[in-house]
Ligand binder design. Structure first.
Ligand code: AMP
Length: 443
């Protein structure tokens, strides 16, 4: 299969040749002809599989072939993404694909001054990449109009449709023309999201190029059980022992990010952090330096979990497991991209056992455990497996004192500590499906 056979025009083929994209990825092979034909689309694909080109190439082609001139402050195609970094990245890809096309493209997102964005929009934009909050601000200030809009893309659609963005999305939908092409791209789709998506799309083609909710097989995953308070020490130990090179580390909270960065810097490690409390310019600078390999370790909240494309990143470390199991797939999808292999190591403490179990159930994979000799936890992490079961080993019962009323119910054999009728294993608990409840908007 070639891009030419998919029906792409020569200026796009030239750009792809320059980028050394020789063969379409499966999601591209499925999506490009459908989008060119004007179909609505709902596409599930693993992270790093080329989704961006899957929607951007055919949309750019449609925009240029239809040739309509974009009016002042108008937009002809809109790509909504969940994070500012992703907006920058998707737009950077689009600029490369559109190199030989007479189209104007741009990206708008929050955390930076709105005025230059308003100025830029004045001339009209053929394809705009946006985060929902800033787009609404611009719309409310009449800086952007949708009457020429012909296509809407929701990238990382599950998060976009998630409750954290529901209100902004509803307001944006209300402002869009009813007749339009809508494309949903995401690595993971929960059933609720599928239902909502069906309500938004018109006779969509469903493209599923990978099994649902499965982490990329190119990523070798394992878990190190550890006591919570010893995680920083274990991290430093592994960093030195395994001679980690470039590492993207995920921590649960903003404070957790700052604390780990401080600790690493104090020990002379070249590290920086990104999270929602840091100014956008600082976030982008840290990310750019990491991509340029000027920083060895980037510690982040889930703001960096989705969509970011870091060339040849060898290792992702989950310092804390994510609360939402799907985010695990996104986090580890930052490595093992574009045909490379990668490694994902999770430092897991006993408190996180339910999250571990939810991840294993979602990915249908029991994560192998490797104990680190000096870090074997006092609080054991109960056994888990891909069926979603957490098996809590019984505490070794104390031998009841002779004659004491409590516990001397004749359960124990005379010889001592073998429980007879006592439960061997605490009831095996089915962990509910991963949390799809409201999430924080800006991790
Ligand atoms: P994405 O999933 O869109 O973030 O893409 C992941 C990476 O794969 C990016 O670095 C793209 O530039 C690259 N890529 C996308 N499509 C192709 C292709 N057909 N051939 C080679 N590389 C590609």
């Amino acid at each position: 299969m070639t891009f030419a056979k998919l029906g792409l025009i020569e200026p796009l083929l030239r750009a792809l040749e320059h980028l050394k994209y020789t063969t379409p990825t499966p999601v591209q092979a499925a999506a490009i002809p459908a989008v060119l034909a004007g179909r609505d689309l709902m596409a599930a694909a693993q992270t790093g599989t080329g989704k961006t080109a899957g929607f951007a190439l055919p949309l750019l082609q449609r925009l240029v072939m239809e040739g309509e001139k974009v009016a002042s402050n108008s937009v002809r195609a809109l790509v909504l993404v969940p994070t500012r970094e992703l907006a920058e990245q998707v737009h950077a890809n689009i600029v490369e694909y559109a190199e030989h096309l007479p189209l104007r493209t741009y990206a708008v997102y929050g955390g930076v001054s709105i005025n230059p964005q308003m100025m830029k929009l004045r001339k009209g934009i053929d394809l705009l990449v946006a985060t929902p909050g800033r787009l609404l601000d611009l719309f409310r200030q009449n800086a952007v109009k949708f009457n020429q809009l012909q296509a809407l893309v929701l990238d990382e659609a599950d998060r976009m449709l998630d409750l954290g963005f529901a209100e902004e999305l509803r307001s944006i939908y209300a402002a869009l023309p009813v007749t339009r092409q809508t494309l949903l791209f995401s690595a993971t789709f929960s059933d609720e999201i599928r239902l909502m998506a069906r309500q938004m799309l018109d006779d969509p083609l469903s493209v599923e190029v990978s099994p649902r909710n499965v982490a990329a097989s190119s990523v070798k995953q394992w878990v190190v059980p550890v006591d919570k308070k010893r995680k920083p020490e274990l991290f430093m130990h592994l960093l030195r022992k395994q001679r980690w090179k470039q590492v993207l580390v995920f921590a649960k909270t903003r404070n957790g990010v700052d604390a780990l960065v401080e600790r690493l810097q104090a020990q002379g490690v070249n590290a920086d952090g990104i999270h929602g409390d840091r100014p956008q310019a600082t976030r982008q600078r840290a990310l750019d330096s990491f991509k340029a390999r000027e920083i060895q370790i980037l510690v982040a909240t889930d703001v960096a979990a989705r969509g970011l494309d870091i060339d040849d990143l060898p290792l992702v470390v989950n310092f804390d497991l994510p609360i939402v199991a799907e985010d695990y797939i996104h986090r580890i999808g930052r490595t093992g991209r574009a045909g490379n292999t990668g490694e994902a190591i999770s430092l897991v403490c006993a408190d996180e056992v339910n999250m571990l179990s939810a991840i294993e159930m979602l990915t249908r994979k029991t994560l192998p455990r490797h104990e680190e000799p000096d870090f074997v936890p006092e609080h054991r992490v109960p056994e888990t497996d891909a069926s979603g079961q957490v098996v809590k080993k019984p505490k070794k019962p104390k031998k009841p004192k002779q004659g004491s009323g409590k516990g001397s119910l004749g359960r124990w054999t005379d010889s001592g500590d073998t429980p007879a009728a006592a439960p061997q294993v605490k009831p095996v608990r089915k962990v509910p499906t991963f949390n799809t409840g409201p999430r924080k908007r800006k991790p």
